[in-house]
Design a protein around this ligand. Structure first.
Ligand SMILES: O=C(CO)COP(=O)(O)O
Length: 126
């Protein structure tokens, strides 16, 4: 049985509308993926696209970024799209940095803004 690839979707609060419309625009391609998301982001994606299979982890400030980092380290997450808010201080900034570090260590595609995420989606054939 072939493994369904897994994409992690995360958005900081100011970027959640952008993530919801991104998911809506790309729903046909995202249907081919298993999706993991931090808690609140996952809820927004599910509201926008109920047909998507979204596993919601903890909210970012409560450990969700760390959970996704762990899934990257065990090879369960293949790609990360994370709409970061560069203008707001975050109490869990160290978790965010640790997640980006692990995505770099394990060399998975990582898009941190909309422009890059759109290019990444264009490369997906399904
Ligand atoms: O804070 C986050 C990522 O660092 C996102 O968490 P939520 O999706 O729970 O808001």
């Amino acid at each position: 049985m072939t493994r369904v690839p897994c994409i992690a979707l995360i958005a900081h609060d100011q970027m959640k509308d952008e993530m919801a419309s991104f998911a809506t625009r790309h729903v046909a391609k995202l249907l081919q993926w298993r999706i993991v998301a931090t808690g609140t982001t996952g809820g927004r994606i599910k509201d926008a696209c109920p047909e998507l299979d979204v596993t919601r982890l903890k909210s970012g400030p409560l450990g969700g970024d760390q959970q996704i980092g762990a899934l990257i380290s065990t090879g369960e997450v293949d790609m990360l799209i994370f709409f970061v808010d560069p203008l707001t201080p975050m109490p869990h900034d160290v978790d965010v940095k640790a997640l980006m570090r692990l995505a770099t260590v394990y060399d998975i595609p990582m898009a941190l803004n909309l422009a890059t995420a759109e290019i990444v989606m264009q490369t997906l054939t399904a």
